[in-house]
Write a protein of this length. Structure first.
Length: 434
């Protein structure tokens, strides 16, 4: 990913230096296990660890690979340059390249997941803080972009919190599912390496042994991992879209923080644009872009091919780096979001009580009027608000068919805002606990 949308911690996970360090650890731990089994001399296994503090020369490995056309062989050749050919002759004993590559990929994905979980925790904390801050801040709920009924800004934040909490649970499960390693040799039969080697390497690296690998770790695990990242990205966009709508000039119920010295437009000095949330919408598209290739990686030829390899070399770093950046950008937007409660009330009252239509409808049915007739009476008066700018309550009080059933006091009571917020505490308890 380009530096503009990257955070150093996540980038470091995917650096060549980190990758070669993990490769080394896999090979060294495997040598320890082989020595314990008596397959290789203990002295040779100990000699491998002389390279534990080495910073492997990426340029040198690339130079070797230019000749060998094989990245793992290039690394092993470079490792032998550090520890000597004699001591290196038992390295990679009974192993195949995928043992190193697949186990490394899963270690990187686990580490990436840990950073993403921290990002989600920051988003969750921000959403929870703002939810309680605006628990009783009334705003109009919308369906199809049209005024529906009153809700609160706190419930909006709580809804996003619950969604992100589900995403956190999904990522925990995806992390667990991808945290496997395989040191099973060619076509995964352990013919040339004891399963105990795999168990030892996985234990030392915090992984579970893959129950059955066919030279490669099954890619359904990775498909689920990247699909989970795609869902998280969609949730990020869900929040971003709401904020973008609220910042529209005609709405202006909330807006991104506009810092001193910030400029909104090269041409129009008055502009304050929702650039961060628009950026999040774009980043979400990039993360989701990885989902289909990850799904298509599941179907490989026989015990293995490398059609998945080029895909994962790109989507592994690009997707996790992008999502990591997006999570922290979203958290910052929510933390600093400027909310305008007065505009929320002004918008809700723009159509003069129209949003209370369902309460009147239900009251008429409770008073004995059929639902069809009740709907007709309420809609008849509601259309006058839409078309003529009338006041809904005034029209109801002037309608003899309505007042024949409901008294003025009963009609008046149907316009109490508190009716719509009476269960906010119950919903909050469900979302955040008591």
């Amino acid at each position: 990913m380009i530096p503009r949308y990257s955070r150093p911690e996540m980038v470091a996970i995917w650096s060549p230096e980190t990758r070669f360090k993990i490769w080394f650890e896999i090979e060294a731990h495997a040598c320890d296990a082989q020595a314990a089994l008596g397959v290789i001399p203990k002295a040779n296994a100990e000699a491998v660890w002389r390279a534990k503090d080495v910073t492997f020369d990426v340029a040198r490995i690339d130079e070797i690979e230019a000749v060998t056309k094989h990245d793992v062989i290039a690394f092993l050749t470079h490792l032998a340059e550090h520890i000597g050919a004699e001591d290196a002759r038992f390295v990679h004993q009974g192993m195949t390249s995928s043992d190193v590559l697949d186990t490394t990929l899963n270690i990187q994905l686990v580490r990436a997941a840990d950073l993403l979980l921290k990002g989600l925790d920051r988003v969750l904390a921000a959403l929870k803080t703002r939810a309680f801050e605006h628990k009783d801040t009334v705003r109009i709920g919308r369906s199809h972009g049209i005024h529906a009924e009153p809700t609160t800004m706190g419930l909006t934040f709580a809804r996003f919190y619950a969604e992100m909490k589900r995403n956190r649970d999904r990522l925990e499960n995806a992390r667990k599912e991808v945290a496997t390693g395989a040191i099973s040799g060619a076509v995964g039969t352990f013919a040339n390496i004891d399963p105990a080697v795999e168990e030892h390497v996985c234990k030392m690296l915090g992984l579970a042994p893959e129950p059955i690998s066919t030279q490669v770790i099954p890619r359904d695990r990775h498909a689920m991992f990247f699909a989970t990242l795609g869902v998280i990205a969609s949730s990020i966009e869900n929040v971003a879209i709401e904020i973008r709508h609220m910042q529209r000039t005609e709405v202006l119920e909330a807006e991104e923080f506009f810092s001193p010295g910030q400029k909104g437009s090269s041409a129009m000095p008055h502009k304050r644009n929702p650039v961060l949330t628009e950026n999040l919408t774009g980043l979400a598209r990039l993360v989701r872009m990885a989902v289909v290739p990850a799904l298509e990686n599941v179907a490989l030829w026989h015990e293995r091919d490398i059609s998945h390899s080029s895909v994962e070399r790109m989507i592994g770093p690009d997707t996790t780096i992008t999502l990591d950046f997006a999570l922290h950008r979203l958290a910052g937007v929510v933390e600093k979001l400027v909310v305008y409660p007065e505009n929320m009330l002004k918008n809700m009252n723009k159509f003069k009580g129209l949003v209370m239509s369902q309460r009147v409808l239900l009251a008429l049915t409770q008073a004995g009027v059929s639902r069809e007739d009740s709907y007709r009476l309420v809609q008849r008066n509601a259309m006058k608000v839409w078309e003529k700018g009338a006041d809904f309550k005034t029209e109801l009080l002037a309608d003899p068919e309505v007042t024949a059933v409901l008294s003025p006091a009963e009609i008046e009571e149907k316009f109490d805002l508190g009716y719509h917020t009476k269960h906010v505490d119950t919903i909050f308890a469900r979302v955040f606990g008591s």
